[in-house]
Write a protein of this length. Structure first.
Length: 364
């Protein structure tokens, strides 16, 4: 997934250059663009929960308005619709992004709403495989690791115009007291920086810390959750290499409602684009992801031996995508699961089977 200037946008880097959004209004310094995609997707796996139709559609609007020579406004809304369920079923759609903001000339931008957490600024380096990937520790509605509610974000590019290539973000997240303990969070803050060093190399780092809710602190593991992450990438338009390291404390959940005391995570990605034309290309991909959890709620096997350390995520991804043009691409992605089925994975319903994903996408 690619990140652009004002906000982090999801696009089709996995297959081709991002298709231009359809401009539906542009008058009197007001502009509105429509974008979206329709995805026919099927998973093949021995695990019943991971097998079958996973198709969906996605639709979004991006708007801009000029207020003065130094001030402009912007907003974005993005909606995801599952298409693999009967019409009468519920919970088939959800809002992915919904925020509004102001841009102050070259000083920076400020926005508020449902957006990406600053920890994802680093995770985005490795979250660009055709289907699987980017999930060793990053999840939606999990503090500031992915998309989340109640985020106020300030971003500046080229560090207030003083340092070329140095981007900086500061973020505050208000309390979200959700019914599901794994989707809740207390007040928190985060900071990130991405530096384009030139010669196709970029570095990134981020840190975030949040209060835990009363329900979350019932596990006696402390009142705070925090994480740090660092990444590096090389991108010369054809060859893409990236690595991400992170560590979380009381932040990464597993099973139905448990949080690991600590996780140590690594993601490695390599891709190469074989260009077949202006908007065409074959892009093979390979990646490795691992998340190791420590302090796992005093879990014990049947023989009473304690499991204080266990891999929560561990797999190799091998895939490829092919873009017919800027609007149409297809992909195949194979997740080789390296987790072994044992008492811990069985008790916490962690998938240990391989998954093959087959997708066909139309985007605009």
């Amino acid at each position: 997934m690619m990140r652009k200037t004002l906000v982090i946008l999801i696009s089709a880097l996995v297959a081709t250059s991002a298709a231009n959004a359809a401009e539906i209004y542009n008058k009197d310094a007001n502009k509105l663009d429509l974008y979206g995609k329709m995805v026919g997707l099927n998973y093949i796996s021995s695990n019943a929960a991971e097998h079958g139709d996973k198709s969906y559609a996605r639709l979004g609007f991006k708007g801009e308005t000029k207020i003065s020579n130094q001030l402009s406004g912007f907003g974005q809304w993005e909606y995801n619709i599952k298409t693999n369920t009967p019409e009468a079923s519920g919970n088939t759609s959800a809002t992915r992004l919904a925020f509004a903001g102001l841009k102050f000339a070259d000083f920076g931008t400020f926005d508020y709403g449902r957006n990406y957490g600053v920890l994802y600024d680093v995770e985005a380096f490795t979250d660009l495989t055709p289907e699987f990937g980017g999930d060793s520790w990053s999840r939606s509605d999990n503090f500031m690791t992915g998309r989340a509610n109640n985020l106020a974000t300030f971003r500046t590019h080229n560090f207030f115009g003083g340092v070329e290539g140095l981007n900086f973000a500061l973020q505050y997240q208000g309390k979200n007291e959700e019914k599901k303990v794994v989707s809740a969070n207390g007040d928190g803050w985060g900071v990130s920086s991405v530096y384009d060093m030139g010669h196709d190399v970029s570095l990134a780092a981020a840190y975030a810390k949040s209060n835990r809710t009363i329900t979350q602190t019932a596990d006696k593991n402390g009142n705070n959750a925090d994480a740090w992450t660092a990444g590096i990438r090389y991108d010369n338009s054809k060859l893409y290499l990236a690595a991400m390291l992170s560590e979380t404390r009381n932040m990464t959940h597993y099973g139905e409602d448990k949080f690991a005391d600590k996780t140590q995570n690594i993601e490695l990605v390599a891709q190469y684009l074989f260009v077949g034309g202006v908007a065409e290309g074959l892009r093979p991909s390979i990646s490795y992801l691992q998340s190791t959890g420590k302090g796992l709620n005093n879990f014990r096997n049947a023989d009473n031996t304690e499991v204080s350390k266990h891999a929560l995520v561990k797999y190799v991804e091998i895939g490829t995508s092919y873009a017919f043009n800027k609007n149409m691409y297809t992909y195949i992605d194979y997740k080789i699961n390296l987790l072994k089925k044992d008492e811990f994975t069985a008790a916490n319903k962690i998938n240990t089977d391989d998954v093959l994903g087959l997708g066909l996408v139309y985007q605009f």
